[in-house]
Design a protein around this ligand. Structure first.
Ligand code: HEC
Ligand code: HEC
Length: 446
């Protein structure tokens, strides 16, 4: 009896995490250990990928570093069978293959450190998918353009394309329905640590942030049948808890405190009504600003059409909780773009939903934004602009020659192209240069 009592006491005094992992801890484990989708490529594709590189005759001694630079991949800070973050071992029919996971787009590095949750603005997903297939001996073109500019991708198009092969119960329907596929929405990947503040997600604020099933759209690989979705839903419930447990990284360099305090006052007057307030008692208004008021590029907003919204809402994805959708329209229609929380904003350049502005100074001065530029796509201190806060860039006079390979053309951001305008959001234009730099100093503290 005495022994039982002391056992009970022991159990009561033991920290919860030692006894049982929290849902967020389970989510992290699921996210970093589970292949939720079957492989796309054979196990040879990645080790052989150098064979697809022009003029390379033998596997380079610094293969890992070259792979990271060429495709914009980052070292995995967890065991990953030797793959960079975003690629993983995954079953392919009866063999071992290679697939990708969420971290391909949702993890990056900053100042040499890998961070889960920063959108991967180095990634050239188009080259990666083309070369992996080529290494496997498959020369077929991708079914649509996955990315037009390095660092952005057409994830919304993936969703539209893949749902076109499904019946409402998610069984496969080989006769593809076009639900409004396009490939010029040029999406920059939002930081995951903002999830905890958001009531709605995606650039347009179109989905309730409590939705777990929305995170599972990525599982629409043709080899995943309906039962794969119901089976994985509990794991995705945990992943969702992991996402809301994430915190942004802290600005690692000196901050001029008095100047940041001036910036905070200016922020309260000019910005807080849309972006909220920060600190212990933060507020976040979760506002969607109509297109004609915000004035940023409208393509992403137009890019997900009613046909997709209806198919999504009628499917298993839309049956999660009726209350989360607008009756009749289901997939929430919004008039524009959501003003995001700005926590950790120093680490998530480039800016706006299409990544068209490389620094915070540019966000605050619409007339000073570069029109045609390239950058290193590396994330070290040497590539980081501490004055304007964001990525160092090189402005170009002319667009890249049409003759260059796609991977070179995609290194150039041309704001005159569809989906890539850098217009709008003129809320900092009337500030003086000093005031703008004070606001930027304050933004470093968030
Ligand atoms: C191919 C790249 C890619 C992959 C892979 C990917 N995402 Fe995303 N994700 C995006 C992009 C781009 C957006 C922004 C979409 C938009 O609104 O236009 C996004 C948006 C999101 C959002 C909403 C964030 C917000 O604040 O609005 C969540 C949550 C999310 N993804 C979770 C996941 C999870 C979980 C996985 C893996 C199961 C995953 N994503 C895989 C590219 C990707
Ligand atoms: C009327 C509402 C509104 C006001 C006022 C406003 N913003 Fe915004 N802001 C937005 C919206 C909406 C977006 C997203 C636009 C897009 O991506 O197309 C945005 C985007 C941003 C971004 C880029 C976020 C990212 O992750 O890419 C930053 C930084 C920003 N605003 C800072 C500011 C600052 C600083 C001020 C004050 C000088 C300000 N904003 C005033 C609505 C507003």
């Amino acid at each position: 009896m005495k022994r039982l009592a002391s056992l009970v006491l022991l159990a009561l005094t033991m920290p919860a995490s030692a006894a049982e992992p929290t849902p967020a801890e389970r989510g992290y484990k699921a996210l970093t250990e589970t292949p939720f989708i079957p492989g796309f490529w054979t196990a040879r594709s990645f080790p052989d990928i150098w064979k697809t590189w022009d003029g390379v005759k033998a596997k380079p001694a610094d293969f890992d570093a070259q792979v990271r630079d060429r495709y914009g991949l980052h070292t995995a800070p967890y065991p990953n069978d030797g793959f960079p973050m975003g690629l993983r071992k995954a079953p392919l029919l009866l063999a071992n293959g290679i697939g990708n996971d969420c971290m391909l787009c949702h993890a990056s590095s900053i100042m040499g450190k890998s961070v889960i949750g920063i959108g991967n603005s180095s990634l050239d997903i188009q080259s990666l998918f083309e070369d992996m297939a080529k290494a496997d001996g498959v020369i077929k073109k991708l079914p649509f353009t996955f990315s037009n500019v390095r660092g952005t991708n057409e994830a919304d198009g993936f969703g539209v394309y893949l749902l076109g092969f499904r019946n409402p119960d998610l069984s496969l329907n080989p006769k593809w329905k076009n639900l409004g596929l396009r490939d010029d929405t040029c999406a920059d990947v939002p930081a995951w640590w903002l999830m905890k503040k958001k009531r709605t997600i995606y650039h347009t604020g179109a989905t309730d942030s409590r939705s777990v099933r929305t995170l599972m759209q990525f599982m629409l690989h043709p080899l995943n049948g309906p039962e794969a979705f119901t089976k994985a839903e509990p794991a995705f419930r945990d992943i969702s808890q992991y996402l809301i447990s994430l915190e942004p990284p802290k600005y690692p360099f000196a901050i001029d405190k008095p100047k940041a305090a001036k910036g905070e006052a200016l922020f309260k007057d000019n910005c807080a009504r849309c972006h909220g307030t920060y600190g212990e008692k933060w507020t976040y208004p979760n506002k969607v600003i109509p297109l004609d008021e915000i004035g940023t590029d409208p393509t992403r907003h137009a890019g997900v059409e009613v046909a997709y919204g209806v198919a999504y809402s009628e499917s298993w994805f839309g049956k999660e909780s009726a209350g989360w959708f607008v009756p009749g329209k289901q997939l929430r229609w919004t008039p524009g773009y959501q003003a995001p929380p700005l926590d950790g904003i120093w680490a998530t350049a480039p800016y706006f939903h299409n990544g068209s502005v490389p620094t915070l100074t540019g966000v605050l001065n619409s007339k000073a934004r570069p029109k045609l530029f390239t950058r290193s796509f590396k994330t070290d201190e040497a590539d980081y602009d501490k004055v304007n806060v964001g990525w160092k860039i090189t402005e170009l006079r002319e667009p890249p020659s049409e003759k260059l390979p796609g991977s070179e053309k995609r290194k150039v951001y041309d704001t005159s192209k569809p989906g890539r305008s850098n217009s709008g959001h003129t809320y900092g234009d009337d500030l003086t240069d000093y005031e703008r730099s004070a606001v930027v100093e304050y933004l470093k503290t968030l």
